[in-house]
Design a protein around this ligand. Structure first.
Ligand SMILES: [Zn+2]
Length: 426
């Protein structure tokens, strides 16, 4: 069924493209065959600027991808540049963009004059799908940065989950990014690794387009989950200058983590991508934070959760790993001893003592190595975005209720046939 659906989509896409291409070829053949027509009257419409902000109608456009070890000089060498050279361009560019930062895999565009010299008129380097650096050679060399115009389109998705949220979204032509965003919003309410067959969701969100191409997801404008026979809402609302999500009662969907796992701790080593390891005597990333403290200092879990490991390894020493929800996990290493009753499967409350500082495993002295994992990958605990988790303030309550009604009405109006069908008649 999917194959047929996709082949129909494929054909319906291919046919217009094919027809347009043929028409384009025919038209360009007609225009090419005519001698240069300088008749001004032919120009009926006003020239339109491209996404980079200049008119390219009369230019030859070539696109490319930066190859490994390719420099600006390598890219521009084949083209004739009037009034300048690459060294000068690099110098002029310095303040705005360091040309040594040109990276393999990035897109670039070359625009040449249609004259006999085919001289270079514009060079565009795309830093990412939105931001670019524009080198304008038309007059004297001019370098500037810019942003492409992003079009925001509101979209709706609703589906029943058969295996996972990812699969359900992909089957509905949504992206992984949307799944990741939703799982973060509901991280404390729903365990995305234990969804049940028959769980459902609805989401209203923004899609970001540049030049008719999807470049990502904007805001989540509202979401609903039905999991284990319970309803969960995510209503966006700005409080304390933060765009955050609340439930239907105005409670924050998030729970805060404690700032540190040890009271009065001193950071002795920060998170870094490259650090000299005092024991291994090599450079390796330090994917956590070290807190220096005397042996025996109590270690607290920074959030509610379930102990998934309380064990010993050669490098970790005695350690405890706590899963807070389907997004966040923390690890506490080099303990002298593990807290009383702390073992795999035990549920812990925020602030509960789970062990004591020590120097077991690969450690030169007593300290706690604290790891914060987001979707299984280490992140810098000091940089993790932890917006406030207060409920909607009393003085904002009326404003919130209006916003809530708008979002909930819109969610209600969405295609809910799946849920209606399965509910027993009243
Ligand atoms: Zn460490």
């Amino acid at each position: 069924m999917f194959t047929r659906k996709y082949s129909i989509i494929f054909l319906s896409l291919i046919f217009p493209v094919a027809i347009l291409s043929i028409m384009f070829l025919l038209l360009s053949a007609i225009f090419e065959s005519e001698p240069h027509n300088d008749n001004e009257e032919l120009q009926l419409t006003e020239p339109v600027e491209n996404v980079y902000g200049f008119v390219d109608d009369s230019l030859i456009h070539k696109s490319g991808v930066v190859n490994k070890n390719e420099t600006l000089s390598d890219i521009l060498d084949p083209f004739s540049i009037e009034n300048s050279n690459v060294a000068e361009i690099a110098q002029i560019s310095k303040e705005i963009f360091d040309v040594r930062k040109i990276r393999p895999g990035k897109f670039y565009h070359i625009y040449l004059a249609k004259d006999s010299l085919r001289s270079l008129q514009y060079f565009v380097y795309e830093k990412d799908p939105i931001h670019f650096v524009l080198y304008d050679f038309c007059d004297t060399v001019d370098v500037r940065t810019g942003e492409k115009e992003v079009t925001i389109v509101k979209d709706y998705k609703s589906a029943e989950i058969n295996s996972s949220l990812y699969v359900a979204l992909l089957e509905n032509d949504a992206t992984i990014e949307l799944a990741v965003r939703l799982s973060k919003i509901f991280a404390w309410q729903i365990d995305f690794y234990r969804l049940q067959k028959g769980d459902k969701f609805k989401v209203i969100y923004e899609k970001r387009y540049i030049d008719n191409e999807l470049v990502g997801i904007g805001k989540i404008l509202g979401a609903y989950f039905y999991s284990y026979k319970k309803d969960y809402y995510a209503i966006p609302f700005v409080q304390d200058d933060v765009y955050q999500y609340f439930d239907e009662n105005g409670n924050s969907l998030r729970k805060e983590f404690l700032k540190t796992p040890i009271e009065f701790a001193r950071i002795t080593s920060r998170y870094s991508s490259r650090r000299y390891h005092p024991v291994l005597k090599t450079y390796r990333p330090h994917t956590g934070i070290d807190y220096g403290a005397p042996t025996g200092t109590p270690i607290r879990t920074v959030g509610d959760g379930k102990v998934v490991a309380a064990a010993y390894t050669r490098s970790n020493g005695r350690y405890v790993k706590i899963r807070h929800n389907s997004v966040y996990t923390t690890m506490y290493l080099h303990m002298s001893r593990i807290g009383k009753g702390i073992k795999r499967g035990v549920v812990v409350k925020q602030g509960q003592i789970i062990g004591y500082v020590g120097s077991t495993g690969l450690a030169t002295g007593p300290h706690l190595h604290f790891n914060f994992l987001l979707n299984g990958r280490p992140v810098d605990p000091l940089k993790i975005e932890i917006p406030p988790s207060h409920p909607v303030k009393k003085e904002l309550r009326d404003e919130y209720d209006i916003q809530k009604k708008l979002v909930m009405d819109e969610l209600q109006q969405m295609d809910m046939y799946i849920i209606e069908e399965q509910r027993p008649p009243a």
